[in-house]
Design a protein. Structure first.
Length: 285
């Protein structure tokens, strides 16, 4: 009983000593660990990480058993490990720093209210993709968010236009000059078409995925953009976000996904209520 009381008092004294800085410290570390684990899963680097952990375990065991030769060799490997990691993960590290460096942090503070233009852009995109899917016309549409896509925009043809379904269908018409590239939408306006996107380097992707899908996933890995892909083989509609591809979406789920990703929760709920009210009025008529 005395041991339990001592342990309880020890735990309680430690809890009372935790300050705001300690809580903030734990939150930051937890967030960093989560982001690293998510990056490992998305980039397909789990095998390399397992190899690194194995080397560390071998070094620890060799040191514990006083195996001098093995300890010496493993120690040298660990010393050169940082340089090896930079070489191995060079593409992933480059994308990570590009993502951090190009983020529009000011937009986080300046964004307020619901963007009616963005709601219209989503509606027009859904209408266009519906027709494109019906005719099995390939398309890839990128919605820029906080990470600027200036370098991607430079690879295509500049356009400054509101998002219209007919315009999107004309751009991706098979005989149109810009149909092979991607359309970039920034602030609810089409800013470029015919753009070249980076392909995903994830080795775990399905072999069934074509170049458009791989480019869409690659773009979502390199930025926080929301990428819409329409397959010219099946007519299926897919959306790539954070390196994850959601395929074979129904039109209702497709529109809901775009609204949830591009609008804040309040705006998405407001849009859903409007559509529900319109359907009720239509049924009453």
């Amino acid at each position: 009983m005395e041991f339990i009381n001592t342990a309880a008092s020890f735990i309680w004294s430690n809890i009372r000593s935790i300050g705001i800085a300690d809580i903030l410290d734990m939150v930051i570390v937890a967030f960093l660990v989560y982001r690293v684990l998510s990056w490992i899963v998305r980039s397909g680097s789990a095998r390399a990480i397992r190899g690194i952990i194995l080397v560390i375990i071998v070094l620890w065991v060799a040191t514990l058993l006083e195996m001098k030769v093995v300890s010496f060799l493993m120690g040298k490997i660990v010393e050169l490990g940082l340089l090896a990691l930079i070489v191995i993960f060079q593409p992933e590290l480059r994308r990570m720093f590009e993502k951090v460096g190009s983020a529009k942090y000011t937009s986080f503070f300046s964004r307020s209210g619901v963007s009616r233009e963005l709601e219209s852009a989503i509606d027009q995109t859904v209408l266009a993709c519906t027709d494109l899917a019906h005719t099995k016309t390939g398309a890839i549409i990128v919605f820029e968010r906080t990470v600027a896509l200036d370098e991607i925009v430079k690879t295509g043809t500049s356009i400054d236009s509101v998002v219209q379904a007919e315009l999107l269908k004309n751009i991706f018409y098979p005989k149109a000059p810009l149909h092979d590239g991607a359309v970039i939408i920034r602030n609810a306006r089409i800013v470029a078409a015919g753009c070249m996107l980076p392909l995903s380097s994830n080795p775990n992707l399905s072999r069934d995925l074509g170049m458009r899908h791989r480019a869409g996933i690659g773009m979502s890995e390199a930025s926080d953009a929301v990428v819409v892909v329409v397959s010219e083989e099946t007519g299926g509609i897919s959306v790539a976000v954070d390196g994850m591809l959601k395929r074979h979406l129904t039109l209702e789920l497709f529109e809901k996904l775009l609204s949830n990703e591009l609008l804040n929760n309040g705006a998405a709920q407001e849009k859903k209520k409007k559509k529900t009210g319109a359907k009720v009025k239509k049924n009453e008529k």
